[in-house]
Design a protein around this ligand. Sequence first.
Ligand code: CO
Length: 169
Amino acid sequence: MPVVAVFAGGLIVSLPLTFRIAKQATSLLLMKEMTMIGRLNHVAIAVPDLEAGTQVYKSMLGARVSAPQAEPDHGVTVVFVELPNTKIELLEPLGEGSPIAAFLEKSPAGGIHHVCYEVDDIIAARDHLKSEGARVLGDGEPKIGAHGKPVLFLHPKDFCGTLVELEQA
Ligand code: CO
């Protein structure tokens, strides 16, 4: 029987337990207030051969895969693999100085290139991340991404070694 007890909601509760419950409630509240990223919009996989990658997802994994779409502004050709809860994008280098060329030199078989999270307000998200010391790639201004929506990329070294794309939902 604890020495110190308080009367809470008609129950005798030990004081340490009361504090623990209060602390958990506070951190849950903080978590809710801090929520910034939403759905996983897509996982992007760099591939050396888009046709071969398409066949892997279409024939072997039985997924629905879009027709290839050239994105000259982003230096990639992309196909979208539609999954019930998210998308996989297969990226193949397009043109000179493709942003995924160096990645494929290091990983010739291909690999996960970035993950994309949705945010409600990309400018507010950027400003919050910058105030936290995170590095935003490029000139820090959102560009129109493959889905016609504003996107930003964040430095992998600040995000668990993973290139992160933010897309305004
Ligand atoms: Co992307």
